[in-house]
Ligand binder design. Structure first.
Ligand SMILES: Nc1ncnc2c1ncn2[C@@H]1O[C@H](COP(=O)(O)OP(=O)(O)O)[C@@H](O)[C@H]1O
Ligand SMILES: O=C(CO)[C@@H](O)[C@@H](O)COP(=O)(O)O
Length: 556
């Protein structure tokens, strides 16, 4: 059999990108990005111009098909390969990014009669307007002692499926009624390619409170939320939930024609972006924490048992790699904190100095900050500029820098911010490790590991663990292509398991970041101080951050 290929499509917040991958070695032969024509819709609905409320974030489902229409032919053309050698296609998506569909599986926003109602559109993962529903979901679950709550670190997020569905019911009961099903966008795109609706175990588990043994929470719970939701899971959330790597069906002839692919090739069941990255860095066994590092960090880890870990986002059987429990945690701001400093709080002389040397400001600050030894700045920061997602799960917490003097310099503050995010990751590492889900090494992908070596060394020193870095430009898309290879199967030139695919296709760079024992000692001392501040401000001893927010609100 000659060379075979699959295509992975990564659906991000702003754009979708397709990658054509050589199955013999995981080489990314060609890639192409399609920015979403309608962007993130957070102010006005396209067409009608209807104004959206604060905290809304929508997308246009047609944009997802546009990515397939433009990017798939583009990678085929760039690669010059014979399309007949592409044996499968897989996708990964932001999540929970969800939409209501009619009995034909068409988005309600495509219906001219419903298109002016914002609730008929796709709600993007960062649509945060369902917080009142999320609060009630948590309150009622806690009061009823629902068994699912500990699996989500004690809190269900407003970003997730049930809160978003309930917001639709609360604010637009007519849309709720018209919806035949609510789908994750990843499952909807797969259904467009195959003609069959199936749900994937990753989004069902992490975002819709589905459990492999117990299924969804019981009817009594949903009835306690709102009697109209009693039968939600049998009706509008119905559908088979199938594990990652399974084929969702063959590619429909009309979609094959649109993309320039052969009809009938395997289409892998949908997946989530951060989770797809895990096998793409070769992680298919426990003990290795994968960090998708960018504006925020998603932490993913495998385990052999279902353990309760404070503040994790969730644990789902088969949720990342079939056969294992997949754990997810996260920090809601990382790169965003560095960007805040650079954009909002940096003296002009630093920008001028960087310009003069032809460096960007981050590069200049990194070089200068690297000249300090751990502890030498005398600074310590709490990394809560965008609240705390793990382990405190509290969006009301805010950032803090301690220890400043008249002599404090910008690179010292920059270094303290890098260190603060590393301490935040150590909290997560410790929470897993101490609860029996071991973390022996770290694996990093995303934009940050390529951009800032000092940051990576600090993470190695603070966590006292070696860090392996992805050797792929598009790690989630590579993961999606690997799952497509598994959906196609070895007989077609793919692989029978994701373990086999990872063995041949996953790559990390040869160079790793190893902890420096001298630095580890100093950071251990600083981490003790970080932990004291973390608990003092984050666990209720001093709620000054929340009081400040209240005072601010009353002053507005
Ligand atoms: N040299 C740098 N060091 C640290 N952070 C950086 C550097 N350059 C850019 N950033 C930060 O990286 C983030 C973007 O990361 P990236 O992985 O590209 O994005 P995304 O999370 O959107 O995929 C921004 O928040 C930016 O502040
Ligand atoms: O929530 C998840 C994964 O669980 C992500 O899809 C969401 O945070 C979006 O991440 P990106 O901005 O695409 O890195």
């Amino acid at each position: 059999m000659g060379k075979k290929y699959t295509i992975g499509v990564d659906y991000g917040t702003q754009s979708g990108r397709a990658v054509l991958v050589d199955l013999s070695n995981g080489h990314e032969v060609a890639d192409h990005v399609t920015p979403y024509p309608h962007h993130v819709i957070d102010e006005h609905l396209p067409g009608s111009g209807i104004r959206l409320e604060h905290d809304w974030a929508l997308q246009h489902p047609g944009d997802y098909l546009e990515v397939l229409r433009r990017s798939v032919p583009a990678v085929l053309k760039e690669s010059g390969i014979d399309p007949a050698d592409v044996i499968g296609i897989g996708i990964d998506f932001t999540a929970c990014t969800m939409l209501p569909v009619d009995t034909k599986g068409q988005p309600l926003s495509f219906d001219p009669e419903l298109t002016d109602n914002p609730h008929s559109w796709v709600k993007l993962w960062k649509h945060h307007a369902a917080q009142p529903e999320a609060d009630k979901i948590n309150e009622i679950a806690a009061a009823r002692g629902e068994a699912f709550l500990p699996r989500y670190g004690g809190k269900i997020s407003s970003e997730w499926m049930i809160a978003k569905v309930w917001q639709i019911l609360d604010e637009a009961p007519e849309i709720y009624e018209k919806a035949d099903m609510f789908l994750e966008a990843t499952d909807w795109v797969i259904a467009q390619m195959t003609g069959t609706i199936v749900r994937n175990s990753c989004t069902a588990g992490y975002k819709a409170i589905w459990h492999k043994q117990d299924g969804y929470p019981g009817k009594e719970y949903f009835k306690a939320l709102d009697p109209r939701l009693e039968n939600l899971t049998d009706t509008k959330l119905r559908g088979e939930v199938i594990p990652l790597g399974t084929s969702a069906g063959g590619l429909l002839p009309e979609m094959a024609e649109m993309m320039g692919l052969a009809p009938g090739i395997a289409v892998a069941v949908g997946n989530v972006d951060a989770h797809a990255a895990v096998p793409a860095v070769g992680v298919v066994t426990p003990g290795k924490l994968v960090m998708a590092m960018g504006t925020s960090i998603c932490h993913m880890l495998l385990g052999t048992e279902e353990k309760q870990v404070e503040g994790m986002c969730g644990v789902v059987e088969d949720g990342i790699i079939p056969g294992y429990y997949g754990y997810e945690a996260g920090q809601s701001a990382v790169g965003d904190i560095f960007e805040w400093y650079v954009e909002e709080a940096l003296p002009a002389y630093v920008k001028e100095a960087a310009d003069k040397e032809g460096l960007n400001v981050h590069q200049w600050l990194e070089r200068e900050a690297a000249a300090y030894k751990p502890g030498q700045t005398g600074l310590l920061a709490l990394d809560w500029w965008n609240g705390n997602r793990s382990v405190l799960v509290d969006t009301d917490l805010t950032g803090m820098i301690l220890g400043m003097t008249l002599l404090t310099k910008p690179p010292e503050i920059y270094r303290a911010l890098l260190e603060a995010t590393a301490f935040g990751t150590r909290k997560i590492v410790d929470a897993f490790h101490e609860n029996g889900v071991s973390v022996d090494a770290l694996y990093a992908c995303g934009g940050l590991p390529q951009k800032n070596r000092l940051l990576m060394q600090i993470y190695a020193d603070v966590t006292n663990r070696e860090i392996f870095v992805a050797d792929s430009k598009q790690t989630p898309a590579l993961g999606a292509a690997m799952f497509a290879a598994v959906a196609a199967g070895a007989a077609a030139g793919g692989y029978d398991t994701i373990l086999d695919a990872a063995d041949k296709m996953a790559r990390v760079k040869e160079e790793t970041f190893k902890p420096n024992p001298e630095h580890v000692k100093v950071y251990d001392r600083l981490y003790q101080e970080y932990s004291k501040l973390h608990d003092y401000f984050g666990r209720g001893e001093n709620d000054v951050m929340k009081r400040l927010k209240r005072i601010k609100k009353s002053a507005e």
